[in-house]
Design a protein around this ligand. Sequence first.
Ligand SMILES: [Zn+2]
Ligand SMILES: [Zn+2]
Length: 239
Amino acid sequence: MFRKIANGFIDLIFPLNCALCGQFDPVTQRQPLCRACLQSIPYARPPFCLKCARHLKTYNEQGLCPDCLLQPPAFDGAWAFTRYEPPMTNMIRAFKFHNKTALRKTFAHIARTFLTRYGLELTADMLIPVPIHPVRLRERGYNQSALLAQSLAGLTGIPLATAILKKHLLIPRQSELRRKERWTNIQGAFRIENSSLARNKHIILVDDLLTTGATASEAAGALKQAGAAKVELIALSAA
Ligand SMILES: [Zn+2]
Ligand SMILES: [Zn+2]
């Protein structure tokens, strides 16, 4: 109670400014972003690739993007809510590397807006955040995908499962690797614990960013080997 009152005073003296542009917006002062920045979010647009949900620039019979035609990912389907363009680039970087975990409120807003816009109702037996290696977890203090998955669990009522998929190989950051290396480097990086919990289950993997799809595909493949019936992916943004 006291802390609540104290925070109220602090907010009066130092109103919360937008985490992106620094402007103060009296309407959204309890949210990390001002209205103008919220409006600038680049939501993903149809037509969507049937596999990874990235925007299809040219139509082909399979309904797949060039990446999925070249290297079909192991997941069965995906939704990525936004395009990886500013301000998503800055927001995801801040969320991932600079402790701006309050941005998860904005991400929940993005998820809600996207799902409502396309009339999507997510159903699955469980949500599994793409795990990070324990060393990275110690460096960062949190797994950004787990925070996103928590928000999605709150939004959809799908339970969160964090005891099944583990990352046991510490590999160079994927962003520092070339496309082809990403697919070979990630091989065998995940381990399944409690595989009976995944058997015959419909699982939605949650990640912050879909780039080549190599990481999500490897994680989905591991879950399928453990007997998962269906593995889909939700990403905040797709490059
Ligand atoms: Zn702003
Ligand atoms: Zn695709």
